[in-house]
Design a binder for this molecule. Structure first.
Ligand code: AMP
Length: 222
């Protein structure tokens, strides 16, 4: 049986985290847990919480650490993650969230955090042309749209232009990433828990690179 995995994927918005997490989730047969997807689902349900989350998300701001940690704490307590592990996408985003993650996952912790590296000027162009399925989160772009109109090839959902993928919100989110999330990379480095992987190139090549590095770090007796 394929062993599970306990992974964190970090990287700028538009670095291809969503795409690679979906692929890694199939490869290692573990749930892909995206805080952004969980929040967007709450927004679609129109709950009070969803309405508040939407305001912050549309403005490109982060939600409070305690709220996000609560969501992750609950999700990591389910059977699938307990037995197989997880791939975290979009969490942690601050050092407080990272400290909480290690607390929640004690005593096993995580296998590895991966920094999927794509330079800022490259992700700006990618984000402006990004389109995404509102139901399953599959990513498309204006250059590679779905086969039939704006209907998702994978699940038949509506493919949309995210409201936080406007130029203003993109700039804000990238600035926030430099300020809040970049220090996380140093935080994981100090604990020897992170590797940086080049995120440029065809998605297949990037997946191969990721799997090679993850497998190397999961070798017994590392
Ligand atoms: P994403 O799809 O990962 O880009 O997330 C979309 C938005 O959800 C972000 O811009 C934040 O407003 C919010 N969000 C997602 N994950 C987190 C997190 N770990 N901490 C705080 N806010 C988050």
């Amino acid at each position: 049986m394929i062993p599970g995995a306990r992974l964190v994927l970090l990287g700028r918005q538009g670095a291809g985290k969503g795409t690679q997490c979906t692929r890694l989730s199939r490869h290692y047969v573990v749930p892909h847990i995206s805080t952004g997807d969980i929040l967007r689902a709450a927004v679609r349900e129109g709950t009070e919480f969803g309405k508040k989350a939407k305001e912050l998300m549309d403005a490109g701001e982060l939600l409070p650490d305690d709220v996000i940690v609560g969501i992750i704490d609950e999700r990591l307590d389910r059977d699938d993650t307990r037995t197989r592990g997880f791939i975290l996408d979009g969490f942690p985003r601050t050092t407080t969230q990272a400290e909480e993650l290690l607390r929640i996952t004690m005593p096993r912790g995580i296998d590895l955090a991966v920094n999927l590296d794509v330079p800022r000027d490259m992700v700006l162009a990618r984000l402006a042309s990004r389109r995404v399925c509102a139901d399953c989160g599959t990513n498309y772009s204006t250059d590679e749209p779905p086969k039939y109109g704006m209907t998702c090839d994978v699940c038949g959902g509506d493919v949309i232009h995210r409201e936080d993928d406007t130029e203003e919100a993109i700039t804000r989110r990238l600035d926030l990433y430099e300020r809040e999330t970049q220090p996380l990379i140093a935080w994981f480095e100090e604990r020897k828990m992170i590797v940086t992987v080049d995120g440029l190139g065809h998605p297949d090549e990037v997946t191969d690179r990721l799997v090679r590095i993850i497998d190397k770090h999961r070798e017994p007796g590392r």
